[in-house]
Design a protein around this ligand. Structure first.
Ligand SMILES: NC(=O)c1ccc[n+]([C@@H]2O[C@H](COP(=O)([O-])OP(=O)(O)OC[C@H]3O[C@@H](n4cnc5c(N)ncnc54)[C@H](OP(=O)(O)O)[C@@H]3O)[C@@H](O)[C@H]2O)c1
Length: 263
C-alpha cells in the first residue's frame, strides 16, 4: 500500500446512485483503498444491501446504503442527518445518480419534442441535487478541515448526441455550478471538480434506442478503439478526491472520453 492510499484510509465518501454503473465502480474504488462509504439507491434496495455487505467483507470498511430520490433534492438534508449518526466524518461527496425512464419523458428527446416538465426534471436531478448534496457535504467537511466534491458530467455537452439536449444542457449547468462552488469553498480547504465522461458502457447507455450504433461509432472514433468502462471514470474521480494527488486542482472538468471528442 502506498502513501497516497494511506492518506485516504478511514475517511468517508458519500456517493449517490451506487447500485450500478459508474457509481458502483466509484464505490468499489474508494472501498478498495480503505475509505468508508455512505451511498444511495433509488429502486434497487436489494442490490444496495448486497453491495454494502460485500465491500465490508472484502475490504473491512464501513458501508451503508440509504434511500434517496434526486427529484427531491431536499431529501439530502435528512440523508446527511442519518449519515451523521452512522459515520464519524464526511470527506468526499460524489454527485453521480441520474434519472431515467418516465421522469425523463420530454427531456430525453429531439429538440421539437422537448417539454418543460422533462427538462426541469433533468435539471433538478443534475444541478439542484448537486447543489443541495454538496452544501450538506461542505458543512461536514468544514468540521474536518476540508474535503473534495465531484460531479459527474458528460461530453454530451461538447458533441451532439441524439436526444441528449436536456442532459447535455444540465451537464453544462452543473459544470458551471462546480466552478462557483469551488470558488466559494476553497477557503475551507474544499475542492470541487467535475469528471466528464464520453459514452460509457452502462445500463443508462444501453437504454438509449441507438445504443448499438453509439457503441460501434465510439469503437471506431476512439484512438483506443473501445468504449469506456465505469472503472475508467472511477479512477479520475478518485484522483480528484485524493489530496496526495490533486491538492491544487479545483474548479475543473476532467474529460475522460477515450479521445472521442476531438474526432
Ligand atoms: N453511461 C454513460 O455513458 C455516461 C457517460 C458520462 C457520464 N455519465 C454520468 O455518470 C453518472 C452515472 O451514470 P450511469 O450510466 O452509471 O447510470 P446508471 O447505470 O443508470 O445508474 C443510475 C444510478 O442512479 C440511481 N437513480 C436512478 N433514479 C434515481 C432517483 N430518482 N433518485 C436517486 N437515485 C436514482 C440508480 O439507483 P437504482 O438502481 O437504485 O434505481 C442508479 O444507482 C450520471 O451522472 C451520468 O450522467 C454517464
Amino acid at each position: 500500500m502506498n502513501t497516497a492510499e494511506t492518506e485516504m484510509q478511514g475517511k468517508t465518501l458519500v456517493v449517490s446512485g451506487a447500485t450500478r454503473g459508474i457509481g458502483k465502480a466509484i464505490l468499489y474504488k474508494f472501498a478498495q483503498n480503505g475509505v468508508n462509504v455512505a451511498f444511495t439507491y433509488h429502486k434497487n434496495e436489494e442490490e444496495a444491501l448486497k453491495i454494502a455487505t460485500e465491500v465490508h467483507d472484502l475490504y473491512g470498511i464501513k458501508a451503508k446504503a440509504y434511500h434517496l430520490d434526486i427529484l427531491e433534492p431536499e431529501q439530502y438534508m435528512e440523508l446527511y442527518k442519518q449519515i451523521d449518526c452512522d459515520f464519524e466524518r464526511v470527506d468526499f461527496f460524489v454527485s453521480n445518480a441520474i434519472i431515467y425512464g418516465r421522469s425523463v419523458v420530454g427531456g430525453f428527446a429531439p429538440f421539437m419534442r422537448l417539454r418543460p416538465k422533462g427538462l426541469n426534471n433533468i435539471y433538478t436531478a443534475t444541478v439542484l441535487a448537486f447543489v443541495v448534496g454538496a452544501q450538506e457535504a461542505a458543512k461536514r467537511m468544514k468540521l474536518v478541515g476540508g474535503g473534495a466534491i465531484v460531479s459527474l458530467s458528460s461530453t454530451g455537452n461538447l458533441v451532439y448526441m441524439p436526444n441528449y439536449a436536456g442532459h447535455g444542457n444540465s451537464k453544462n449547468a452543473v459544470e458551471t455550478m462546480v466552478k462557483y462552488a469551488a470558488t466559494d469553498l476553497g477557503e475551507f480547504g474544499i475542492r470541487v471538480n467535475a469528471v466528464s465522461g464520453g459514452p460509457i458502457d452502462t445500463d443508462a447507455l444501453k437504454a438509449f434506442p441507438d445504443y448499438a450504433e453509439i457503441k460501434q461509432k465510439v469503437e471506431e472514433q476512439s484512438p483506443l478503439k473501445r468504449m469506456g468502462n465505469p472503472t475508467d471514470l472511477a479512477g479520475a474521480v478518485y484522483f480528484l478526491c485524493d489530496p496526495a494527488q490533486s491538492a491544487w486542482v479545483t474548479g475543473q472538468t476532467i474529460v475522460v472520453d477515450g479521445g472521442t471528442t476531438f474526432k
